[in-house]
Write a protein that binds this ligand. Structure first.
Ligand code: SF4
Length: 88
């Protein structure tokens, strides 16, 4: 069951790819040109306005590392039930 939301703000992303290094399960470099070489969430729906995916308790660790590692705070891990920001 998903407990967390992992959110990416591509407007803020500076394409240094810390997130793809620490959390390759969830993030990948986007190479189609659609997002100007920025990252995307692997399970992100095709609708480009939606930049978030859901994570289970088991998946939390990597998402948290990505959120804490992003130098420009473009990634946020949110508790789905409370809406509280867990990281960064
Ligand atoms: S770590 Fe942050 S700034 Fe770097 S590619 Fe990922 S989202 Fe973009």
């Amino acid at each position: 069951m998903s407990k967390y939301i992992l959110k990416l703000d591509r407007e803020v992303c500076q394409s240094n790819f810390v997130c793809t290094a620490v959390d390759p399960r969830d993030f990948e470099e986007e190479d189609s040109g659609k997002y100007e070489g920025k990252v995307r969430l692997k399970e992100e729906p095709e609708d480009e306005k939606v930049h978030e995916i859901e994570l289970s308790e088991d998946e939390r660790g990597e998402g948290e590392q990505a959120a804490n590692g992003c130098p420009v705070f473009a990634i946020e891990l949110i508790d789905k039930e409370t809406g509280e920001t867990i990281a960064p």
